[in-house]
Write a protein that binds this ligand. Structure first.
Ligand code: ZN
Length: 162
């Protein structure tokens, strides 16, 4: 039976992601292939949908609209936070990306601007609102281990190790 990309399989791929103007934002070229467990939210939904059914050696190219990638930008995700909530010795610079703990786990945000007593921050994903292109080649497909299924991610080189 030929293995195909499907839910609960661990797939390794070489990929290149670019913006619509052709600028590459990420690629596995020169690195180990990316390893991911299909169907557990490790990749954006559109990426998995486009790769379902692909076999080893198959190459696919596709374009993801923001809805199928990192979502639309949400203006309400831009918020003002009192400067006193940041450590005194922190050098705040527009564009810097910081992490914080929220009720829903760790979140990332970027600093938009800094006033005397307020900092404007943006909780939108860096790639929200963007249409993204991917070129992907399937390198390997294997069954997920019980541990990987329990963790919801792939283990090993190119995957997550915990
Ligand atoms: Zn794990």
């Amino acid at each position: 039976m030929v293995s195909k990309v499907e839910v609960n399989k661990v797939v390794s791929v070489h990929y290149t992601g670019s913006y619509t103007d052709g600028e590459v934002f990420d690629t596995s070229e020169g690195r180990e292939p990316l390893l991911f467990l299909v169907g557990h939210g490790q990749m954006v939904s559109g990426f998995e949908q486009e790769m379902l059914g692909a076999e080893i050696g198959e190459k696919r190219e596709f374009t993801l609209t923001p809805e199928k990638a990192y979502g639309m930008r949400d203006e309400s995700a831009i918020q003002k936070v009192p400067k006193s909530q940041f450590p005194d010795d922190m050098q705040l610079v527009p564009g810097m990306v910081l992490g914080a703990q929220s009720d829903r786990g760790p979140v990332q945000f970027s600093v938009v601007s800094i006033d005397d007593d307020e900092v404007t921050v943006d909780f939108n994903h860096q790639m929200a609102g963007m249409t993204l292109r991917f070129s992907v080649e399937v390198i390997g497909i294997r069954e997920a281990t019980r541990e990987e299924l329990a963790h919801g991610h792939a283990h090993g080189l190119g995957g997550i190790n915990h």
